[in-house]
Design a protein around this ligand. Structure first.
Ligand SMILES: [Ca+2]
Length: 533
C-alpha cells in the first residue's frame, strides 16, 4: 500500500515535470531524448530450439542470430503459463495470470494499469502492430493495427480503432511493412515503444511459397524424444491430444481435398479429420503411406512448413534491423526478440505447447542494445515473462510499480549479477480439458529440478534436469528422491504464496472472448450493418 502510494507520487511528479513549462521542461526533454527506444519483436510459438543461435539442429536464422551476436542471449527465460493470450497479458502487466485476470482465452481488461500506459504517460510514442489476441481494444497505444484473433497468413485483414484494412500479401511481410512505416512516421522528438508482433509460425503453419520451396524435400533431423513412450509419466501426458503422429489434421498437413468436395461444412469436416493413411505422388507413381512410414512423413511435413514460416520471420527481422542501422537508430534502440512461449517440435511426440516441459516452457529471449548491453553475452540467470514489463519500466527511467511481480532484467543486460536473483520459478496452466486435452497443472522449476502437480488428477511428476534434461524419468515416487520432493514442495508453496496465487481460477474459468475483430470495430460493423451498408 505504502509503496503503491510512493510510486503514484513519483509518476505524478514525473508527469508534472513533463507538463510544466520553463527550464524544467528543457531538462526533462533533454533526459527524454536520451531514453532508449524499445522495439519488442514477438512471434507466436517460435521455440528456442528453432533458432541457430540457440544451437538449432534443424534450421539457420542468421538475422535473429545477429541480435544474439550483437547483444545478449538469455538461455533460461521461461513462460509462466504456456499459451498465447495469457502470456501476452503477463508481458503487458508484469503480473501472473491469476492477478491480471487472463488465465485462458478470455478478454483482457484494458482498464487495468500496464506497461504501455506507463510508457505513454512518460512521453513514449507507443504502438502495437500485428497479432494482439487479447480480445479488447488496445489501451495505452498511440497507434495500433492488429489482426483479429489469430488472423490469417495470406492477404491479412488488420484493424485500427477506426478502419478495417485488407492487405495483399503474406502476413509476416505485411506486418513488417507496417512496423517500418511506424518507425518512419513516428514523432522524432519522442522515444518510441513498439510491439511488433508476428502471427508466424503459429498453426496451421502456412509458409510463403518462396520459403516453402526452400524446405520441400529437405530431411529434418528428428528429436530424440519423438517416439517417447511416456513410461514413468502421469496420465496427463498419455492423454494429451497434440501428437504429431496421431492428432495432425489434413488441414495441418496441407492435404488437398478431393475435387468433388465443394467449399462448405463437408469439406471442413474432411480437412479437420486426422488421417491414418495418405496418398502421395512419388517419381515412381502414387503411393499410400500408413503406419511408421506415414508417421515419418507427418513429422517431415510439419517441420518443413513450420521452419519455412520461421524463415520468413528471420528475413523480415533482418529488414527491420537494417532499417534501424541505416537510420541512426542502432545505438540507442533496445531490440528484443522473443516468442509468446516455447513449442514442441516433435519433442515427446508432440506439437503445440501448454505443458511445463522444457521445449514449451523455454522462451527465446535476445536483446541488442549497443549503448547499454554487453555484446555477445550469454546470460544464464533465470528470467520469466513477468520480467519484461519491469525491464521496459527501468529502460524508460521509471520506477517499477510494486504490483508488478517480475524484476527488471536491465542489470543482467550489463552482465551484472544482482544479489538475491531468483533460482526458481512458478508456473500455472489452467485450460482443462481445453484444446488438445491438456490437463491443468502448476509447478516449480529450479536451476536443477522440476516438480509438476496436475491438481485435478492428484498426480505429480518430478525431474532431475541436470541428469535427465529431456525429462524422461519421473522420479516422484522414487524412494531415494523423497527429500528432494519435499524440498521442491516447500519451494512450490513458498512461491505460490509469495505470488498471491490463492487458486483464483482453479475451479471456474472465464469464458473465451479473444477471437474476431476488436470491440471498436465490432461496434462499427454493427452500425454499418444497421445503416444497410
Ligand atoms: Ca502462442
Amino acid at each position: 500500500m505504502r509503496n503503491g502510494w510512493i510510486w503514484s507520487v513519483a509518476v505524478c511528479a514525473l508527469g508534472l515535470v513533463l507538463a510544466a513549462g520553463g527550464p524544467h521542461v528543457a531538462r526533462a526533454q533533454g533526459q527524454a531524448a536520451k531514453r532508449p527506444n524499445i522495439l519488442f519483436i514477438m512471434t507466436d510459438d517460435h521455440a528456442a530450439h528453432a533458432l541457430s543461435c540457440y544451437g538449432s539442429r534443424i534450421n539457420q536464422t542468421p538475422n535473429l542470430d545477429r541480435i544474439a551476436a550483437e547483444g545478449v542471449r538469455f538461455d533460461n527465460c521461461f513462460v509462466t503459463n504456456s499459451i498465447c493470450t495469457p502470456s501476452r497479458a503477463v508481458i503487458l502487466t508484469g503480473k501472473y495470470s491469476h492477478l491480471n485476470g487472463v488465465p485462458v482465452f478470455n478478454r483482457f481488461d484494458g482498464s487495468q494499469p500496464h506497461v504501455a500506459k506507463h510508457l505513454q504517460a512518460a512521453g513514449y510514442h507507443t504502438g502495437v502492430i500485428g497479432k494482439w489476441h487479447l480480445g479488447s481494444d488496445p489501451t495505452g497505444f498511440d497507434q495500433w493495427e492488429i489482426l483479429p484473433g489469430q488472423g490469417r497468413y495470406v492477404d491479412p485483414v488488420l484493424y485500427t480503432a477506426t478502419e478495417t484494412k485488407t492487405y495483399k500479401g503474406y502476413a509476416t511481410d505485411v506486418i513488417t511493412d507496417l512496423a517500418i512505416d511506424f518507425l518512419k512516421n513516428r514523432p522524432k522528438d519522442k522515444p518510441f515503444f513498439l510491439k511488433y508482433h508476428h502471427k508466424a509460425p503459429h498453426r496451421e503453419w502456412t509458409p510463403h511459397p518462396k520459403h516453402k520451396a526452400m524446405f520441400i524435400g529437405r530431411t529434418i533431423p528428428e528429436p530424440a524424444t519423438l517416439r517417447d513412450d511416456y513410461a514413468t509419466r502421469t496420465d496427463a501426458v498419455r492423454e494429451n491430444r497434440q501428437r504429431v503422429f496421431d492428432d495432425m489434421t489434413r488441414r495441418d498437413l496441407k492435404i488437398e481435398p478431393p475435387a468433388d468436395l465443394p467449399p462448405g461444412p463437408e469439406r471442413n469436416k474432411w480437412l479437420n479429420e486426422k488421417p491414418t493413411e495418405v496418398e502421395i505422388v512419388t517419381p515412381g507413381g502414387k503411393k499410400v503411406l500408413r503406419g511408421e512410414e506415414l508417421n515419418d512423413w507427418k513429422y517431415q511435413h510439419y517441420m518443413q512448413d513450420y521452419l519455412a514460416c520461421v524463415q520468413s520471420v528471420d528475413d523480415n527481422v533482418g529488414r527491420v534491423l537494417d532499417f534501424l542501422d541505416q537510420n541512426g537508430l542502432r545505438e540507442n534502440t533496445v531490440v528484443i526478440y522473443t516468442s509468446d512461449q516455447g513449442f514442441f517440435l516433435g519433442d515427446h511426440g508432440m506439437y503445440d505447447k501448454r505443458f511445463m516441459y522444457e521445449p514449451s516452457l523455454r522462451m527465446p529471449f535476445l536483446v541488442r542494445w549497443p549503448e547499454g548491453a554487453k555484446t555477445g553475452l550469454v546470460q544464464k540467470a533465470m528470467a520469466i515473462n513477468c520480467d519484461f514489463a519491469p525491464t521496459f519500466m527501468e529502460l524508460a527511467g521509471l520506477p517499477v510499480p510494486p504490483d508488478m511481480q517480475g524484476r527488471s532484467l536491465v542489470p543482467l543486460l550489463r552482465g551484472d549479477a544482482p544479489a538475491g536473483w531468483r533460482t526458481s520459478m512458478y508456473y500455472r496452466y489452467y485450460h482443462d480439458p481445453g484444446h488438445h486435452n491438456t490437463a491443468a497443472h502448476f509447478g516449480v522449476r529450479t536451476t536443477t529440478h522440476k516438480l509438476i502437480h496436475y491438481w485435478k488428477k492428484g498426480q505429480w511428476e518430478m525431474y532431475d534436469l541436470a541428469k535427465d534434461p529431456d525429462e524422461l524419468r519421473n522420479l516422484y515416487d522414487d524412494p531415494g528422491q523423497q527429500e528432494t520432493v519435499a524440498r521442491l514442495k516447500q519451494e512450490l508453496s513458498r512461491l505460490k504464496k509469495e505470488l498471491k496465487d490463492e487458486d483464483q481460477f482453479a475451479d471456474k474459468l472465464p469464458a473465451d472472448g479473444v477471437d474476431g475483430p476488436p470491440p471498436a470495430r465490432r461496434q462499427g460493423a454493427r452500425r454499418e450493418r444497421a445503416r444497410g451498408r
